[in-house]
Design a protein around this ligand. Structure first.
Ligand SMILES: [Zn+2]
Ligand SMILES: [Zn+2]
Length: 432
């Protein structure tokens, strides 16, 4: 649940406003709770900034993942200021606000990739980067006191499917800008080497689906539009019709179509027809890779989906990871399929990259630190072990100072970098 605040000359800028899920589906709680319990949605406690909303000059959303945008609909009234983001993320935000009075009230200012904009005392520059959703952006935040390079979520992907390839030169040039601090994604800071490209994932999925003889169901993360496009291309290449099962998938493809990310030639079959097709002509993308009890995949496992019944010899591919806490639910799902002789393939059971992460491994972190050469590294986006590992990479790459902290910590970045004493506000609030 990302929520960053940058302060200068009495003004504040918010970067991202996301949620996290305290899952009642986690194994230790699942045993006591009825199936289908709602996950608790949490956000960072915004009390510090909502108490001085007149000093907040804007909110930037770097990309449309829930952990960066999800809390905005419910918290925005406490901030009451313009929201700056690129067209795809703006489309996702408008869809979230549909039907609410906020839609006409929240000023959503669409910014083009590469734009420079002054917001209060902050000069902002949007830098396209690669990740696992359309239009991920890093941000350069310049003030009279110094410049922050806020990476947001990223990886180095030479073949991202949506958007342009990662451009080294853009980031190498940052070294000339005297970056005070680089605030950087730590998600995969414990993993050696480099992340795998979305294009390699497409090749792996094609290989697996080409060899299948029955129906194929792929489950994964709906927001990865590049993955959905790859699957639509694979359907065309393997003589299968592609259908989507699940509301969030239809919403994402709708947003991708509205913003020009969905290639016109990639058609989708009506989900209502998919049950009548010969099994070797069926490719379905279904929601529910984390075992969510009411999602399409769980209904397929229970053999009570209204549009599709799977059969012996069909294949279910998990183009996803197991988010910690969901192990039990996912393994139950796999057991249900296997008991009916429906094959399953999970990313940890194959050497093929049927899922790839959108975050940087240690090799990528090391390169980016060496290119950008910031004075300070501020690792974010991870548990304490990930932040410490990211700081270690920064140190080895020659970054003179690392500031690692807890949620709610406030750092002074210039002129004398330090932790602001006694400030830590580690609170979370429940949204729903
Ligand atoms: Zn994130
Ligand atoms: Zn993300």
């Amino acid at each position: 649940m990302n929520l960053n605040l940058y302060g200068h000359a009495g003004h504040w800028l918010m970067v991202d406003c996301g949620v996290t899920f305290n899952s009642p589906l986690a194994p230790q709680r699942n045993e006591q709770q009825p199936a289908g319990g709602q996950a608790e949605v949490l956000a960072a406690d915004p009390a510090f900034i909502s108490a001085q909303q007149q000093n907040l000059c804007g909110i930037v959303i770097t990309h449309a993942h829930e952990d960066h945008i999800g809390a905005l609909p419910q918290l925005w009234q406490r901030f009451n200021c313009p929201v700056y983001t690129t067209p795809f993320s703006a489309e996702i935000l408008r869809r979230k606000l549909a039907g609410s009075a906020l839609l006409g009230k929240m000023p959503i200012i669409e910014v083009q990739s590469g734009a420079t904009l002054n917001v209060g005392p902050f000069c902002l520059h949007w830098l396209a980067i690669t990740h696992s959703i359309p239009e991920p952006h890093a941000l350069l935040i310049k003030t009279a006191a110094g410049t922050v390079f806020h990476t947001a979520d990223w990886k180095m992907d030479a073949g991202p499917i949506t958007g342009r390839a990662f451009k080294q030169a853009v980031f190498k040039r940052l070294a000339q800008q005297n970056i005070t601090a680089m605030v950087c994604d730590s998600t995969n800071a414990l993993r050696e080497g480099f992340s795998v490209s979305e294009s390699d994932c497409a090749v792996a999925l094609h290989q697996v689906i080409k060899a299948a003889t029955g129906r194929v169901v792929v489950t994964g993360f709906s927001s990865n539009v590049g993955r959905l496009i790859s699957l639509a291309r694979i359907a065309a290449k393997t003589g299968r019709y592609l259908a989507l099962l699940g509301r969030s998938l239809n919403n994402m493809v709708g947003a991708a179509r509205a913003t020009g990310y969905w290639p016109d030639e990639l058609t989708l079959a009506d989900a209502g027809h998919i049950g009548y097709l010969p099994k070797e002509e069926v490719l379905v993308i279904a929601t529910g890779s984390q075992g969510e009890p009411r999602a399409a995949l769980s209904r397929l496992a229970d053999d009570n989906h209204p549009l599709l019944l799977l059969d012996q010899g069909d294949l279910v591919i998990f183009s996803s990871i197991i988010i910690p806490g969901n192990e039990m639910l996912i393994s139950r799902l796999v057991e249900k399929f296997n008991a009916r002789n429906i094959q399953t393939l999970q990313s940890h059971n194959t050497t093929l990259p049927i899922h790839v992460s959108g975050h940087p491994n240690r090799g990528e972190l090391d390169l980016l630190y060496r290119w950008v050469q910031p004075q300070i590294a501020v690792p974010v986006h991870g548990e304490a072990a990930h932040l410490a590992a990211n700081a270690g990479v920064a140190k080895a790459a020659g970054v003179p100072q690392q500031l690692t902290g807890l949620n709610g910590d406030l750092f002074v970045l210039a002129p004398t970098p330090r932790l602001w004493p006694g400030f830590a506000k580690t609170g979370r609030i429940a949204l729903a």
